[in-house]
Design a protein. Structure first.
Length: 340
């Protein structure tokens, strides 16, 4: 076995972004939405839904995303204890997302320039993407079957000049429009009247926060008249309200993004190197070559390249698709790509 130390220019680091559909079976746009009858029949349905791409009783059903309702005052869900007002699942969810996104228990959520005490959280299932969501690929169409009103939401990543960061990474505002046509609502900035942006996209943790105040305004003002139930100590079924906006003519499109880092290792075998085989069967018991032709015209075949550290520990091995002939009249260059 022959060894050679790499030169500094023999190792090159490269990084590239790979995008892919988020949904199961590489579906680009999700147009069918299903829930579990077991969950709907339980108390958690008042504030939380898991959404599948097919009927949950089928073996192919997988959770695609979840919908949760969050309310700072605990409205829209039953209190844990009637003697402790304001403490309910919706207030707990609000606190969880506040800690996750804002990193504080004091600050409130601001959508655009308007503070809202309640929102809907759409969390993409972690199994659906490897690293993060890709900004600029979101198209979430919400449709009200009774009135026919609908909006398509996308993020403003394509038009902002400065990226904003929170404790959860990058954050972009959700605005009305479509891919390549961001602003199509009544106001030029894609926001609803007096209620701020439609929400936030947090691509690094796979979460969309939809501003309940914006969805509740009438369609004529850019909303959907969702009528979020904010009654105290009441089973508001608000998660189901948002789910219903998807089930009839709704759709959800977004892509994932993964940065793949590669090490390119160039193994150079010059004309004077690696020409003699290290196979011990070529040597007789007395230490002589079995074939005299190997003295003046040696040949060897490169079949694999091993990568070792300074302690001679084998770290990786690259096998060639076919043996590579090597002699004094030939030079070889093998490029090895290590992805991680």
């Amino acid at each position: 076995m022959s060894y050679k130390r790499f030169d500094q220019e023999d190792v090159v680091v490269s990084a590239e972004s790979v995008t892919a559909p988020v949904w199961s079976n590489d579906v680009a746009t999700l147009t069918s939405f299903f829930t579990s009858s077991t969950q709907i029949g339980g108390t958690s349905a008042d504030y939380y839904y898991d959404v599948y791409q097919t009927a949950s009783i089928l073996d192919t059903a997988r959770v695609q995303f979840s919908i949760a309702y969050a309310d700072k005052k605990g409205s829209g869900s039953l209190y844990y204890n009637a003697n402790v007002p304001g403490k309910s699942p919706s207030s707990t969810i609000y606190g969880q997302y506040r800690n996750l996104v804002l990193g504080t228990e004091e600050e409130d959520f601001t959508f655009g320039s308007v503070t809202s005490e309640y929102f809907y959280a759409i969390t993409i299932d972690r199994a659906r993407y490897k690293e993060k969501l890709l900004p600029g690929t979101l198209a979430l169409k919400l449709h009200v079957s009774s009135s026919g009103a609908e909006i398509t939401l996308t993020d403003n990543s394509q038009i902002v000049t400065t990226t904003t960061f929170t404790d959860a990474g990058r954050v972009y505002d959700l605005v009305s429009g479509s891919l390549g046509n961001v602003y199509t609502s009544l106001e030029s900035n894609g926001y609803t009247s007096n209620s701020g942006s439609y929400g936030k996209l947090l691509p690094d943790i796979g979460i969309l926060l939809l501003n309940g105040k914006a969805l509740d305004v009438p369609a004529i003002s850019g909303g959907l008249a969702l009528s979020t139930n904010r009654n105290a100590n009441a089973a508001g079924a608000n998660a189901g309200k948002l789910y219903n906006l998807l089930t009839v003519s709704g759709s959800f499109r977004i892509q994932s993004e993964e940065t793949i880092t590669s090490n390119f290792v160039f193994v150079r075998a010059r004309n004077s190197e690696f020409n003699y085989s290290t196979n011990p069967s070529l040597i007789t018991g007395s230490g002589e070559l079995r074939h005299n032709v190997m003295i003046d015209s040696p040949q060897s075949y490169i079949t694999a390249v091993g990568l070792y550290n300074d302690n001679n520990d084998l770290l990786a091995i690259a096998k060639l698709s076919r043996p590579l002939l090597k002699d004094f009249s030939k030079e070889s260059l093998v490029r090895i790509k290590l992805d991680y």
